[in-house]
Unconditional design. Structure first.
Length: 241
């Protein structure tokens, strides 16, 4: 109950007219990728429908694609959570345009509020699932750097198929990155890190490069908690050829 009240409060504050304009990007009408409708399975439709906004038939006036196409130095974070990295990285690099794709509406609202309070203008947020967004909304060869911090490791073997870091994800990332662009990943889960390395080992379209570094204020809240307990972070970067 307390968590629900807090979520309601944050979402209400996002609409505060005294703050600068919202940084959340609004999709074209009818888009099922961003803010997808709640899906209720039925006998006729047991699984969610494929997002309508496929790259090949996306409306030419789609505001998301237009915005990203016009950005000169575009970087993207998948799952920014409460935003410690994406807020600090945007502040530390005023020459780039950051986009965060996050599926939790309350987290989008929280980061949006913080960005507006801190006067950050080179950050935009999208509420939706990462893979459909990469496939349907991001223009080809438009992203210079893509970040993914501490994705769900789905530790049980029977759940490994749910891990984001799979071949279809790598395919989508390759399509989005500019030549020379980098995929940057961090996890605290050793088995998931081995899985990432195995997925990328036979990838001829990428080469592993020196792992990226961050400033102290770009470390995520989750990372600060577990490193305080002496746990290790595994970091890797791959460059598109």
């Amino acid at each position: 109950m307390a968590r629900h009240r807090q979520s309601t409060k944050i979402k209400a504050e996002q609409k505060n007219p005294d703050l600068p304009p919202s940084q959340e990007l609004i999709p074209c009408e009818g888009c099922s990728v961003v803010h997808p409708p709640v899906f209720i399975p039925t006998e006729e439709q047991p699984v969610p429908p494929v997002p309508f906004c496929k790259v090949k038939d996306a409306p030419p006036n789609c505001p998301l694609r237009k915005f990203m196409s016009e950005a000169e130095h575009l970087e993207l974070e998948i799952g920014p959570g409460m935003g410690r990295f994406i807020l600090a990285h945007s502040e530390n690099n005023s020459n780039i345009q950051m986009i965060g794709i996050e599926k939790e509406t309350v987290r989008v609202a929280h980061v949006d509020i913080e960005a507006r309070k801190r006067g950050i203008t080179n950050l935009r947020l999208v509420c939706g699932e990462a893979l459909p967004f990469l496939i349907a909304c991001v223009p080809p060869s438009s992203v210079e750097k893509l970040y993914i911090f501490y994705p769900d490791p789905w530790p049980k073997r029977k759940h490994h198929k749910n891990r984001l870091f799979q071949k279809n994800f790598v395919d989508a990332v390759w399509a989005c990155l500019k030549p020379g662009g980098t995929l940057n990943a961090v996890t605290d889960h050793a088995d998931y890190f081995r899985h990432m390395l195995e997925v990328m080992e036979d990838e001829e379209r990428f080469s592993q490069t020196e792992a990226f570094t961050r400033t102290e204020n770009e470390r995520t809240d989750f990372e600060l908690r577990f490193t305080a307990l002496g746990m290790e972070a595994h970091t890797a970067s791959w460059q598109k050829k």
